[in-house]
Design a protein around this ligand. Structure first.
Ligand code: NAD
Ligand code: UD1
Length: 338
């Protein structure tokens, strides 16, 4: 029996492949490589010493997906495949709804056809919108999203809840990630954004290797500890291990399971910058710029439910996050093309 990983060549997917293989699971990967490269899979194979059945295919293509399900005995699916750039989603919303929403529906259809009913879905803290209070617990309201990307995650969550309510065979786990950062400690795999990074950590990393001139800090007048935005950064290896815990815990549990995967600690933009400066051993130029539209002041998780139910806890520190990111970025200044 194997676990099918959609989007397994991507940033979080590739790290999760390693943790699953190291925990003794067999895996199969489907990825259309629209935001990743085959090299990531080769490095996962080299790091684990295992070969991974890989299909370059689109989850929206039922014929291709049928071939995968025919060729392997799939017991569960971890579904990472999707598009994730907030700005781009406002420019090409149809593409986002097609990929993220229609793609998930088509995947679920093929699963039904092959009698596979266990799905773990990559959701996001973005479904909470601008939270009334922090830390955020799973029962807080969702849906007040501010962009098509966020809405696509919210719509998929609602769709899976409806399917679960209609048919008690389904076993869905919705994992709401906070801010995944960092890289595998080997420095061999990591985040490889195409073009100008939108997110803080890859942007800082590119300033540190000299690919970008300076960091723009989006706003220093928020009601936070130092005026800059506060987020819950979680090391990608902790996040990957959260998936292993979720799959193991709910292997046989039909129903709907929802977890925040975060560290529970809020760090500001300037704190992250300072931690990175220590990791790379130099000071990094930045300037204060206006707030980024759609940004919120503070967002961090109450991860206690996941900790209790999954016997899992994010344990890696901000220093480990910046050290590991620097090891990956400095060793691979042009990502997988280095
Ligand atoms: P990523 O872009 O690195 O990985 C996604 C992978 O899916 C890529 O390899 C891409 O080629 C593949 N893909 C996209 N559309 C596909 C399709 N139609 N068919 C087959 N493959 C397809 O992104 P990531 O950071 O690893 O994120 C993984 C998932 O987690 C995404 O669903 C994302 O929305 C979600 N998420 C990410 C973050 C984050 O900050 N990285 C936060 C919350 C949620
Ligand atoms: C963003 C997305 C969110 C998505 C998440 C993970 C927006 C509005 N939200 O969240 O939907 O789920 O990424 O992919 O885009 N910052 C800077 N300078 C930069 C980049 C970021 O100061 O160049 C600041 C931001 O203002 C924020 C913090 O750094 O305070 C983190 O930003 P980012 O990494 O983009 O994540 P989120 O905004 O939390």
């Amino acid at each position: 029996m194997s676990i099918l990983i959609t989007g397994g060549a991507g940033y979080i997917g590739s790290h999760t492949c390693i943790e699953l293989l190291e925990s003794g699971f067999d895996i199969v990967v489907v990825d259309n490589l629209c935001n990743s490269s085959r090299e990531a899979m080769k490095r996962v194979e080299a790091l684990t010493g295992k070969s991974i059945p890989f299909y370059e295919a689109d989850i929206r293509n039922p014929e291709a997906m049928t071939e995968v399900f025919k060729a392997h005995q799939i017991e569960a699916v971890i579904h990472f495949a999707g598009l994730k750039a907030v700005g781009e989603s406002t420019r090409i919303p149809r593409t986002y709804y097609d990929n993220n929403v229609t793609g998930t529906l088509k995947l679920v259809e093929v699963m039904e056809q092959f009698n596979v009913h266990h799905l773990v879905f990559s959701s996001s803290a973005t479904v909470y919108g601008d939270p009334a209070i922090v830390p955020i617990t799973e029962d807080m309201p969702t849906g007040a999203t501010t962009n098509p990307y966020g809405r696509s995650k919210y719509i998929v969550e609602e769709m899976l809840k409806d399917i679960s309510a209609s048919d008690n065979k389904w076993n869905f786990t919705l994992l709401r990630y906070f801010n995944p950062v960092g890289s595998h400690e080997s420095g061999q795999i990591g985040e490889d954004p195409k073009g100008i990074p939108n997110n803080l950590m890859p942007f800082i990393a590119q300033v540190a290797v000299g690919k970008r001139e300076q960091l723009s800090v989006f706003g220093d007048d928020y009601d936070t500890k130092d005026g800059t935005g506060v987020r819950d950064y979680i090391h990608v290896v902790d996040l990957a291990q959260g998936h292993v815990a979720a799959v193991k815990t709910h292997q046989q549990d039909a129903g709907l399971h929802i977890y925040n995967l975060g560290s529970g600690t809020g760090s500001s933009v300037l704190e992250m910058l300072q931690a990175f400066e220590k990791s790379c051993g130099k000071s990094l130029p930045y300037s204060i710029q206006p707030r980024r539209p759609g940004d919120i002041a503070e967002c961090y998780a109450d991860p206690s439910f996941a900790e209790k139910a999954l016997s899992w806890k994010a344990s890696r520190t901000v220093e480990t996050m910046t050290d590991d990111t620097w090891r990956w970025q400095s060793g691979n200044p042009n990502g997988y093309e280095s």
